[in-house]
Structures are given as structure tokens and as C-alpha cells.
Design a protein around this ligand. Structure first.
Ligand code: N01
Length: 504
């Protein structure tokens, strides 16, 4: 457990605000805009990066693009007629997020380059004490909007620290490194890797793709929008809304196959198998990249150029596990040593064990990670944890999705949290803390709903599951069900303390 550096606290006068939002990706930025629209002024957004965007700011690897169609992957209050294609690229999404931040005039509420090191609940004063790389703050309310995919996970491979070539994580792409003509290893075959591999394969001398588990791939119906469509998006009221609604409905149907009745995934599997058959001509390679688990168990990936890239003469798929990294090579379980100039680590993120939560201390002095050590991550409606008063999560436990737009979920959560803050103000509450029984009942139902899902029974391990095998990341229902659940802040599920003595 971290020890508080009290000298630091006493030396630096803390700045107090009513609400601190941590992080400015889609969630934190959306919350800042909503608070402004609700007439709140006394809040700050503490962001460790130098600009808004979160994971879309950080993931600049070649080929980075979204796998949710553009018009659904936008805020409902800031539709964007300027999307140039059906699935947007990272630069376009980052540009969109930056434009929204400017348009809604919330940039001056941000402190950039501000790394939150610790947040500790002070029971006496009923406020959060926050230590950051840019000084100390106190706040009545904290909104954690750090996201699930923000802390890169590096593989613990023997000798990796001794590697003398270039090595970096997909979410920390080193643009100074020119991979042209180099021998490159890519470790991992998740959503990031399958975009990186085709983007760089043509320019490298040789590429080894280290695959632990073969993913399921579906076609990517990506295309640039026609001029006439762009005009319609811009000038025909309702066209964008219609497009959003269509995409939303089509995506939402997948929930039936993923979470309700996995047998309905069969047609998708047939499409994926046909794709594999058609795009991978070499039977040996096809066998290597044929998945061995039920489709949907891990995130389904969409790509039209991954299999063709694997089929190139200068690309090999290595399925033997990595035992060691040496100064200039990688060794696998079969004893083969492959020389390499650069390693790209596309091994995902700390999702269920985020180090961020080691620095947040609740009213019993335990951190969030300590609180969750037995049960796994859990929060009432994804937003509130017992022992952490006046704290709310955006993109909290079990609010992730495997099939559609996180922006839709984020807006539901923002609504809940904004209504909570409005309720605290209206009722003049000193603290709100979710009751343990509310949390337990909510979570028991959630786990019951998840029990029969493909994520739990599909025969795979994924970042959706924690070390105990619990799914603490995904929402198991339709997203409109979650929206209904978060329409109003249900203060009755919470213990409250009033600012007026004698009332609760
Ligand atoms: O990470 P991942 P990601 N040795 O965790 C492998 C979103 N996203 O960055 O499957 C060897 O999915 C691991 O193998 P296995 C999206 O939500 C979206 O790719 O665990 N291999 C796996 O193949 C996505 O789900 C978009 O056996 C090791 C890979 O590394 C999430 O981000 C684009 C290993 C990690 O895959 C994360 O995707 C990109 C080891 N020690 C990301 N450790 C789009 O919208 C791990 N692996 C398109």
C-alpha cells in the first residue's frame, strides 16, 4: 500500500473545487460538457496527457481505426456530418474529439499534463484529497473517467529487458523508429495487432507474427462516403439520425447471440469460416490461424487486409510460445531462435487490474484494488462503490461492450452521474454512498445474466475476464436496457448524509 507523503500535502496549498473529473477521453470530456450545460462551473478535468482524446490520442499506431461505424461512434449531441468514411481512422476521430472540446468551450476547465497520483477520502471534511504531478486539489466529488484501455500491459517474457533493438507497445507507438527494411516481430493478434500487421508488412524486410490465440475475423464493410452521401449528412435533417438508428439496431441484435442465446452466433461463424477459406489459400497457414474457441468469446475482429498480409512471402505466423527474448532475437518453445531488429508489443491493457486503482483510497483506507481483490471489480450501475463516497465512475465495471458503440454507453453513464450531482446539490447532501446491499443485489443479477453468455462459456480466455474468471468488464444486456437503468439517479439505493444537521 502507498504511504501518503504528508510533507507534500502540507507544503502545497490544495485548490478546492466542487467536482474533479479524472481523464478527458470520450467519457471525461462528455462529462465536462454535460456539467457545463447543467450550469455547473466549479469543476476541473485533470488529464495526464497534453490534450483531450484518451485512448484515441494515445493509440497512433499505423492503421489505427475504429471498428464501430463513424456515425454511431459520435456524441448524440455533436453529430458529425464530416466523417469521410464509414469506419473512421484514428486521426479523424482525434480531430473530431478536439473539435468538440473547442466547440463546447471546456478546454479552460482542463489541466493537462496532470497525472493523478493519489486520491484519498477525508471522512472528517467529507472531501477527496487529490495529489497530482501538478499540485494538490480537494474536491467534494470525484468522477473517474480514466477508461478501461489506458494502461498498456507488457508481457513478462524472460530477457525482454535485454533486447537491444527497438521495442514499444502498440499504444505508445514510436514514430521516430523507421521500420522500413527491418526484421520486425509483432507479439499479439488482437484488435490492435490485426491493424498494425497489414499497415507495416509491405515495408518491412521480414515480419514474424507471434500468435498465442487465433482471432475470429469478419469482413469490414469500410468505404469512403460518396459525395452525395456527405451532402445528405450535411444538409438533410434526419439523415444522420436515420443512419445512426440503422447501425444501432443492426449492432444491438448481436446481443442476442453474445449474451442471450449463443447458438445465434452460428451464421457469423459460417461467414468467418468462409472468409478464412477464401482469403487464406495456404492450408498450413489456414490451419494455424483457425480459431479454437466459439466466435464472440473474445472480441470479434473485422478486417479485409489481415489475412492477405499474413499470406505475404515476407510474413510468418509463429504459433510456438515465446520462451525468451535475447539481445537480437526471440526464442520459442521448439528451440527456434529468430533474429529481429524491432519488437512491437501488441499485448493489450491492464483492464481488470489497472494500476490506476492502487492510488484511490476509500473511507476505510483501502484502495479500490484492495476493495476488489476478493470480489473482482464491481460497481452499482457501473458507477458507485461502497466505501467510496461521493465518487462516480464512467466506463466503470461491467459497462464495456463487445459489439457496439461505447459512446452510447458513456452517454448513459454521464446522464446518471450528472443527475447524481444535481441531486446532491438539490437535496443539499454532504455525502452519498451506495449501500452494500444495493451493490450486492445489482451485481448478483449481473453475474447471473452473464453466466450463460458466450464470454463465459465460449472456451477462451480474454481481457473481459479477471483472474478469478469473473466477467467484470462487459454489460450483458441491450444497451437500451442500460440507458433505462441510468435515466435517473436512484438516491434510495444510497446512504446519504445531509449538510443540515438532523436530516439524512
Ligand atoms: O489487446 P488484446 P488489443 N505472449 O488484449 C496477446 C480495443 N481496440 O490492444 O488472445 C504472447 O485484445 C493476446 O493473446 P491471447 C478493443 O476493445 C479497438 O489488441 O490472450 N501473446 C492477444 O492476441 C480491443 O479488444 C480497436 O492468447 C500475448 C493480444 O496479445 C481492445 O482495444 C483497435 C501475450 C492482446 O490483445 C484491446 O485490443 C484496437 C504474451 N505474453 C483496440 N500477452 C478498434 O476499434 C498477450 N498476448 C478497431
Amino acid at each position: 500500500r502507498k504511504v501518503t507523503d504528508n510533507t507534500k500535502t502540507s507544503r502545497t496549498a490544495a485548490r478546492h473545487v466542487d467536482t474533479v473529473i479524472i481523464g478527458s477521453g470520450f467519457a471525461g470530456l462528455g462529462a465536462a460538457i454535460r456539467l457545463t450545460q447543467d450550469g455547473k462551473d466549479d469543476f476541473l478535468v485533470l488529464e495526464r496527457g497534453q490534450t483531450v482524446g484518451g485512448t484515441w490520442r494515445d493509440n497512433t499506431y499505423p492503421g489505427a481505426a475504429c471498428d464501430v461505424p463513424s456515425h454511431l461512434y459520435s456524441y448524440s449531441f455533436a453529430l458529425n456530418p464530416e466523417w469521410t468514411r464509414s469506419f473512421s481512422t484514428q486521426p479523424e476521430i482525434q480531430k473530431y474529439i478536439s473539435k468538440v472540446a473547442e466547440k463546447y468551450d471546456v478546454l479552460d476547465k482542463h489541466i493537462f499534463g496532470c497525472d493523478v497520483e493519489e486520491a484519498r477520502w477525508n471522512e472528517t471534511d467529507a472531501r477527496w484529497e487529490i495529489q497530482t504531478s501538478k499540485g494538490n486539489f480537494t474536491a467534494k466529488i470525484i468522477v473517474s473517467a480514466v477508461g478501461a484501455l489506458c494502461e498498456p500491459s507488457l508481457p513478462a517474457i524472460d530477457g525482454i529487458e535485454k533486447f537491444e533493438g527497438e521495442i514499444f507497445h502498440s499504444a505508445r507507438w514510436d514514430h521516430e523508429t523507421d521500420l522500413t527494411g527491418k526484421r520486425v516481430a509483432v507479439i499479439g493478434t488482437g484488435a490492435s495487432a490485426i491493424q498494425i500487421v497489414p499497415a507495416i508488412a509491405p515495408k518491412v524486410a521480414h515480419m514474424d507474427v507471434y500468435q498465442r490465440t487465433a482471432p475470429w475475423l469478419l469482413p469490414r464493410s469500410d468505404r469512403p462516403y460518396l459525395g452525395v452521401e456527405k451532402l445528405a449528412f450535411k444538409y438533410l435533417p434526419g439523415f444522420q439520425q436515420l443512419s445512426r438508428a440503422g447501425i444501432y439496431a443492426a449492432r444491438e441484435v448481436q446481443v442476442i447471440g453474445l449474451a442471450k442465446a449463443p447458438v445465434f452466433m452460428k451464421p457469423l461463424e459460417l461467414i468467418a469460416r468462409a472468409k478464412l477459406q477464401y482469403e487464406v489459400r495456404d492450408p498450413e497457414l489456414r490451419e494455424k490461424v483457425t480459431p479454437n474457441f466459439q466466435i464472440g468469446c473474445k472480441r470479434m475482429l473485422i478486417s479485409n487486409n489481415y489475412y492477405p498480409a499474413l499470406s505475404r512471402d515476407n510474413v510468418d505466423v509463429v504459433t510456438d510460445g515465446i520462451t525468451e527474448v535475447r539481445q537480437n532475437s526471440i526464442v520459442t518453445t521448439d528451440g527456434t531462435e529468430r533474429e529481429v531488429d524491432a519488437i512491437i508489443v501488441a499485448t493489450g491493457f491492464h483492464v481488470t487490474d489497472s494500476p490506476t486503482f492502487d492510488g484511490i483510497f476509500g473511507k476505510d483506507g483501502r484502495t479500490l484494488n484492495e476493495t476488489w481483490s476478493e470480489s473482482g471489480m464491481q460497481a452499482y450501475k457501473g458507477a458507485s462503490v461502497t466505501n467510496f463516497p461521493n465518487m462516480f465512475f464512467l466506463v466503470g465495471p461491467n459497462t464495456g461492450l463487445g459489439h457496439t458503440s461505447m459512446v452510447f454507453m458513456i452517454e448513459s453513464q454521464i446522464n446518471y452521474v450528472a443527475d447524481a450531482i444535481a441531486t446532491i446539490d438539490k437535496k443539499d447532501l454532504r455525502t452519498v454512498e451506495v449501500r452494500k446491499d444495493s451493490l450486492d443485489t445489482y451485481n448478483a443479477q449481473l453475474q447471473k445474466d452473464l453466466a450463460s453468455s458466450v464470454w463465459m462459456n465460449g472456451g477462451c480466455a480474454s481481457w473481459y475476464l479477471d483472474a478469478h474468471g469473473n466477467n467484470t468488464t462487459l454489460w450483458p444486456g441491450f444497451t437500451f436496457e442500460f440507458r433505462r437503468l441510468t435515466r435517473k439517479f436512484d438516491v434510495d439505493a444510497y446512504t446519504t448524509e445531509s449538510n443540515k444537521p438532523g436530516t439524512t
